[in-house]
Ligand binder design. Structure first.
Ligand code: 4AD
Ligand code: MG
Length: 430
């Protein structure tokens, strides 16, 4: 019977054939242990010299790392491994012999691994991170579909810049200028006026010269937008959504979290509601903690966000930032025009901002004024302005950065490991 590693539980005591790669191997005179992987999972194959023809034992002993094989054997329960099963090997057929696979089980430097990302992806650790990323995506679709949202795909090539003009990737669009999307938000706002509650999931691009463990040049964003939702309504969606993805990973990626050595006790606590702290109070908290370099009107950097997050055991919303720090489209606070109705969601354990969101301006005159104040060409925003001319309504939305969320939930230090082929400052290869 041909099967895959993730399905061997259905064949205990039976013989199966699996297409696999040899991730690692140990052998003595009498027994060989093959660490096998097939993409769906990892299993140990045991080859006992006295149980198989001599030729099979010799072949198994000489298998090199990453050689591809068809392996046939009996599925056995194995209480010592966390996977729970092993394969008592009866036969091995080599498909393609690999020589000198560059990524050996010993330690390698980061640059070396990044240069070999196309091969590094095969490692157990990277496999676990990609599975967790996939589970977050699956749970995202589940959450929004179950809550009445429609998936909408905004364009990647655009003529407008929702998050400011300094970080745009410029390209030619025949004779016109075009930019790679920084955020689908403006298109999602138009879509919310057509479909009520919408969400997008797609790549976004920022020509940011930042070299930190939280910044990618190309990253994936989930952007929900909701008509008739005010700021607080949006915060409720955010906390329920984030709790849902964390609880889904805890439930469906146990092996992966264990393989990564993730302390899951902190994740277990991630349930709605999340605490909220106003920018002004966050600033006071920072002053109490000895950050005297920062004053009202300054943006919070990574050390500030980490210090604020340490005061809470769940993700925390920092709300009502100064207007001057935020993009043009955010709705002013009704009693305090110097701040906007917005929130950044800060993940625990130093992972920083994972969501940025706000209520949106829907007054035509104010929107027009803001676009002008921000020096954005009114022509490119004409269509967006028209949204506040025809049945404008209060609405809110947010963007969750997938890679920062994967880093946090997986407990990996740097976002470069949370996307299959990271685009970083000075890295476009492979
Ligand atoms: O806070 P940002 O810039 O918000 C927006 O783009 C809004 N238009 C979203 C919306 O309201 N629809 O980005 C949202 C999130 C951040 O909180 C962060 O998680 C992630 O996107 N992000 C990045 N992730 C990796 N690398 C970068 N360079 C990122 N920039 C933002
Ligand atoms: Mg932000």
């Amino acid at each position: 019977m041909k099967t895959t590693i993730n399905e061997v539980n259905k064949f205990v005591g039976q013989d199966v054939t699996i297409g696999a790669w040899v991730a690692n191997k140990r052998s003595s005179g009498k027994i060989a242990f093959l660490q096998l992987r097939d993409g769906t999972g990892f299993i140990q194959g045991v080859v006992v010299k006295t149980d198989v023809p001599e030729e099979v034992f010799q072949k198994a002993k000489s298998l090199t790392q990453e050689t591809s094989i068809y392996v046939t054997g009996t599925v056995q329960e194995d209480s010592r491994s966390s996977f729970g099963y092993e394969l008592l090997v009866k036969d091995v057929e080599v498909i393609h012999e690999a020589h000198d696979f560059p990524i050996t089980p010993k330690e390698h430097g980061t640059e070396f691994l990044m240069d070999h990302r196309h091969l590094w992806l095969r490692s157990r650790r990277q496999h676990a991170v990609m599975k967790i990323r996939n589970e977050i995506i699956r749970a995202t679709y589940e959450f929004f579909n179950d809550n009445g949202f429609t998936k909408i795909d905004p364009p990647i090539l655009t003529g407008s810049a929702p998050e400011g003009t300094t970080e745009l990737f410029h390209t030619k669009y025949f004779d016109e200028d075009a930019y790679l999307s920084q955020s689908g938000q403006l298109y999602m706002e138009a879509s919310a006026m057509a479909l009520g509650k919408v969400f997008s999931f797609g790549p976004t691009f920022r020509a940011e010269k930042s070299k930190t463990r939280r910044h990618l040049i190309e990253f994936w964003m989930i952007e929900p937008e909701m008509a008739f939702y005010q700021h607080e309504d949006s915060l409720k969606v955010q906390e329920e959504y984030v709790a849902h993805i964390v609880q889904s990973v805890l439930k469906n990626c146990k092996l992966e979290l264990e393989r990564l050595g993730r302390d899951t006790s902190k994740l277990e606590q991630v349930k709605a509601p999340f605490p909220r702290i106003e920018y002004d109070d966050a600033l006071k908290l920072l002053h109490e903690k000895g950050f005297n370099d920062i004053e009202w009107g300054d943006d919070f950097g990574a050390p500030h966000e980490t210090a604020i997050a340490e005061s809470f055991d769940k993700p925390v919303f920092i709300t009502n930032y100064p207007t001057s720090l935020k993009p043009f489209y955010m709705q002013p606070h009704p009693e305090r025009p110097e701040v906007v109705l917005c929130a950044d969601l800060i993940a625990p354990e130093g992972y920083g901002e994972i969501i940025g969101g706000s209520e949106r301006i829907y007054d035509y005159e104010l929107m027009k004024k803001r676009i002008e104040e921000h020096g954005l060409g009114i022509d490119a925003y004409q269509w967006y302005l028209e949204l506040s001319q025809y049945g404008a309504v209060p609405h809110s939305g947010f963007g969750l950065g997938l890679e920062r969320t994967v880093a946090w939930i997986s407990g990996v230090e740097h976002v470069r490991e949370t996307i299959p082929f990271p685009r970083l400052l000075n890295r476009l290869y492979p």
